[in-house]
Design a protein around this ligand. Sequence first.
Ligand SMILES: Nc1ncnc2c1ncn2[C@@H]1O[C@H](COP(=O)(O)OP(=O)(O)OP(=O)(O)O)[C@@H](O)[C@H]1O
Length: 315
Amino acid sequence: MGGPPDGSPSGAALRVRGLVKRYGARTAVDGLDLDVAAGSVTALLGPNGAGKTSTVECCLGLRRPDGGSVEVLGADVLRAAADPDHRAAVGAMLQDGGLPTSARPLRLLRHLARLHAHPRDVDVLAERLGLPAFARTSVRRLSGGQRQRLALAAALVGRPRLLFLDEPTAGLDPAARLVVWDLVREAVAEGAGVLLTTHDLDEAERLAQHVVIVDGGRALATGAPGVLTARSTASLRFTAGPGLDLGPLRRALPEDVVVSEAAPGSYVVSGDVDPQVVAGVTSWCAQRGVMPDALSVGRPSLEEVFLDLTGRSLR
Ligand SMILES: Nc1ncnc2c1ncn2[C@@H]1O[C@H](COP(=O)(O)OP(=O)(O)OP(=O)(O)O)[C@@H](O)[C@H]1O
């Protein structure tokens, strides 16, 4: 058996061009482009039904695309899926696990490690993910979070050069989340390319160098998290009692400035927010005896950019 494939000459771990996936009359993925560079994380973000899972399944060779191309470590995905060396170089942690239900966690990990040329140290990996606490429990009896930690260990144990992580920290406690993030960063530092699907924008901002926001199977925006947030204009936010009458404030501000109560007691002033607008808001507060709390002016978070683009929240 040869070593793991080195990837394409460009260093791309994954290259997707014009991907189309249809289920009967429904088009789940509609001409999507996607890149994962070696040694980096690309986050695929989108609301429910956006086409993320279909995309990942096409990239893993689990579904045949209806159009476009998918290159995995420099080879066409369907050829790569049929080649054991390529398969060994790709790790995946999927929502429905795919772990054998009668297996015991540590025995399963040791078995998987033996299938790879340069596996991670099973005991160290298991310890970090807290697997020894349920080493004797069969997969079918594990809790959701335990199964997830085992699935991540199984995806990482062979030191994959391309790693698919589908909501890796959903439902994990905060301490386990930090461990998962550390493990992902370590895999990336060793040169792995990671495609991360997540509903957690904080996770995307922390881990990803590149973000693709999808909806309706199409990319609505792509770029570094900082670039995506910098594209949007600054807004002013403050909290105060809910239900303030915003009519007089709207009339006091320029027409292109939008004032809204995004959630009860949480106010957003967006548009061309300049010093005059800030002064207009604070003097309106002063006239009404309103003490604005947590008043800030700044670029929106990735979460707000996402909401603007898709009109939907991720959660
Ligand atoms: N096997 C299937 N047969 C028919 N339609 C499907 C199938 N799988 C997915 N779809 C449809 O394709 C669209 C995209 O689904 P997909 O699961 O790829 O989205 P997603 O972004 O992963 O969603 P979620 O965040 O809810 O997991 C949806 O409209 C879904 O109903």
